[in-house]
Design a protein around this ligand. Structure first.
Ligand code: THU
Length: 183
């Protein structure tokens, strides 16, 4: 009697999976403005507030200063800037300082937009720095909580401005609370 080939089953399973594989392309719209003057009045004002907040950054280690301004649905603007620490991981990014500040001061008030701007005293930052992964995850939590999108404006003092309509645009397939329960 012929001996069964132990891996044959896996091979068939693999081919089967491949035959039914679905390819999905995820893309998003990024608006690129040549400079801050091309923005709407409201967006310009928000980015200017982020720029002012950048002045309060405490970044003695990286020399990379970031400012963030959060526009709430009640019209209030809450700011934040990066706050570093001699124990590096204890520091926090501007975006999280700002959105956590907003959540603490105005619980339950939806966030409309977050403007972010960065500069370095070591070199010229020519294009907008997009939020780090931790900040994307933190901001998307608020999108899910409030069930509405938060637009993200990213700028540099003398250069282009990027805008996307939702944090989920730049954090597709995000982890969220739905994975933690079956309800
Ligand atoms: N930083 C922010 O504030 N936001 C980001 O999205 C990226 C990085 C800060 C953290 C740290 O103080 C410095 O920039 C260099 O990483």
């Amino acid at each position: 009697m012929e001996k069964p080939v132990p891996w044959a089953g896996f091979l068939i399973f693999d081919i089967h999976l491949k035959r039914h594989m679905e390819k999905k392309k995820i893309d998003f719209e990024l608006l690129i403005y040549e400079n801050i003057n091309e923005l709407s009045q409201n967006d310009q004002e928000l980015l200017e507030k982020a720029k002012a907040a950048m002045g309060n950054a405490y970044a003695p280690y990286s020399k990379f200063k970031v400012g963030a301004a959060v526009l709430l649905e009640n019209g209030e603007v809450v700011i934040g800037s990066n706050q570093e620490n001699a124990s590096y991981p204890s520091g926090l990014c501007a975006e999280r300082v700002a959105v956590f500040h907003a959540g603490a001061e105005y619980p339950g008030v939806a966030i409309i937009s977050v403007a972010i701007i960065a500069s370095s005293s070591l070199h010229e930052v020519a294009i907008p720095a997009a939020p780090c992964g931790n900040c994307r995850q933190s901001i998307i939590e608020y999108e899910q909580k409030q069930k509405s999108s938060i637009s993200i404006l990213m700028g540099v003092p003398n250069g282009p401005v990027y805008k996307c309509a939702s944090m989920s645009d730049i954090l597709p397939l995000a982890f969220n609370s739905s994975f933690l329960s079956d309800s």
